[in-house]
Design a protein around this ligand. Structure first.
Ligand SMILES: C[S@@+](CC[C@H](N)C(=O)[O-])C[C@H]1O[C@@H](n2cnc3c(N)ncnc32)[C@H](O)[C@@H]1O
Ligand code: SF4
Length: 438
């Protein structure tokens, strides 16, 4: 969650779905995200909506968080009913942060069981939590598995001490193989997060991180290029010349190195930053992230969390002068999705829910153009690619140009699918800009 929330419209007193009626001719999946906004220390590169104990100050207790989140889950279930959204079992739950594992495992279990009570979980639903390697032990992981968690994603970032120091990560890299083993023994699927392009990281340093990650034989790895986010300590260090700005060519070399090593080890890309092993003929992809990329519905619980529902109508109230009186009339407008976001600070979030008010701060209805742009921006990142005729304006000359420049697969294009090549993955943002005429 980035620090600034979008502008949008103020959410009415009745909550984010006030005036909204769902249109569910097409059945679609429903997922739940739970944001846990606490960290032991703030890493210098991170701008997620998270707070250390000192930053939190009084009035928003970490100990009470599970109960506060449970209030929003109950409210969400009521609001979806009121908006005539058909009740669906949840296909995936993802606890992210922040560091969800700052909470006792039993608190995460309380939140998960409240999700189950509110909507029930689909058979085989994926339930993931993010975790810092130094915030869990064997018992913690067993408690999660017993409570119904199926998957854990550890923030490994690097195996090299000087890189971890630059990132201000506090965990001991030697702990990674240990926590992965404990998680597997508990029956959890395991993913590792890596970051490449940290100032001072050599190509050999990166190769070492990739090798150590692969040596744990996990089935899923995410690798992200380090982004210098405005307002972070890292951004200040770069501005003052204390560390160098990450270099795009260096990051491209590191992406290529990782893609080759992961593929050779049997983990294949299914999204630009994500690689998974095939198990029983299916990639061990993160189902929750796939739900975002496919445009399914989700409710985000927690401070600063975003939510999204596709397809519906909203009542647009307008005051019209009729004779000498003002009369309120309303029109019904079709929208191609509604998105809303909660207040950012855990204190305001708790205060809203304790007074039985919705914690939603702003919302926006999506036009057809916005919805299409988002679908293309997300869909193009997937290895399965996109059907060219589904693009808003599939200009054959532009598509042929992408093939000629080696950005998309020529054979797939001939059969009507736009699939990125390795070069296309490296230049995906520029390709989307050109494709959508932005
Ligand atoms: C919320 S954190 C994961 C959970 C846990 N707090 C941790 O850091 O281990 C999600 C992931 O976002 C990635 N991330 C955060 N800030 C980033 C940045 N500025 N550039 C690239 N990746 C970033 C990191 O890989 C991190 O593992
Ligand atoms: S531990 Fe994770 S969420 Fe917390 S500050 Fe570091 S990267 Fe951000």
């Amino acid at each position: 969650m980035s620090p600034a929330l979008p502008d949008g419209d103020t959410v009415p007193g009745g909550g984010p779905l006030d005036g909204w009626t769902a249109d569910y001719d097409r059945q679609r999946g429903f997922s739940v995200y739970v944001h846990v906004p606490f960290c032991k220390v703030r890493c210098g590169y991170c701008d997620f909506n998270t707070y250390t104990a000192t930053e939190l100050g009084g009035g928003a207790s970490q100990a009470a968080y599970a109960q506060t989140a449970a209030l929003e889950i109950d409210l969400a279930a009521r609001q979806l009913d009121q908006a005539a959204v058909p009740s669906r079992a949840v296909q995936s739950v993802f606890f992210g942060g922040g560091t969800p594992t700052m909470l006792p495992a039993t608190d995460l279990a309380v939140i998960l069981s409240r999700v189950q009570q509110a909507w029930s979980l689909e058979a085989g639903a994926e339930v993931t939590t993010e975790a810092n390697p130094d915030s869990v032990d064997q018992r913690y992981l067993e408690t999660l598995a017993t409570a119904g968690f199926t998957r854990i994603s550890f923030g490994m970032q690097s195996a090299v001490p000087h890189v971890l120091t630059t990132l201000e990560r506090t965990h001991d890299p030697a702990r990674i193989p240990q926590v992965v083993e404990w998680a597997k023994q508990a029956g959890l699927a395991v993913s590792l997060d890596l970051i490449y392009g940290t100032p001072g990281e050599s190509l050999d340093d990166w190769r070492r991180s990739v090798d150590v990650a692969l040596s744990t034989r996990v089935d899923h790895i995410s690798a992200y290029a380090l982004v210098v986010e405005d307002g972070t300590k890292l951004a200040t260090q770069v501005r003052r010349g204390m560390v160098e700005m990450p270099n795009a060519d260096d990051q491209a070399d590191k992406y290529e190195l990782a893609d080759q090593a992961f593929s050779e080890a049997g983990l294949h890309w299914y999204e630009i930053s994500n690689w998974a092993r095939e198990i029983d003929g299916k990639p061990a992809a993160c189902q929750h992230n796939l739900a975002y990329w496919r445009g399914d519905d989700w409710w985000g619980i927690g401070p600063g969390a975003h939510s999204y529902l596709a397809a519906g109508y909203f009542e647009d109230e307008a005051a019209h002068a009729v004779g000498i009186d003002n009369e309120v009339t309303s029109t019904t407008t079709q929208a191609h999705g509604v998105r809303w976001w909660n207040v950012k600070h855990p204190r305001s979030y708790a205060a809203k829910l304790e007074s039985a008010a919705s914690p939603a701060a702003g919302r926006e209805f999506l036009t057809q153009e916005q919805a299409t742009l988002e679908r293309v921006m997300l869909g193009i990142r997937l290895s399965e690619g996109m059907t060219i005729s589904d693009l808003p304006d599939p200009n054959p000359a532009v598509i042929a140009g992408f093939v000629a420049r080696g950005l998309i697969d020529g054979r797939a294009a001939l059969t009507g699918t736009l699939k990125l090549t390795l070069r296309g993955r490296l230049l995906a943002d520029a390709l989307i800009t050109e494709l959508m005429g932005l």
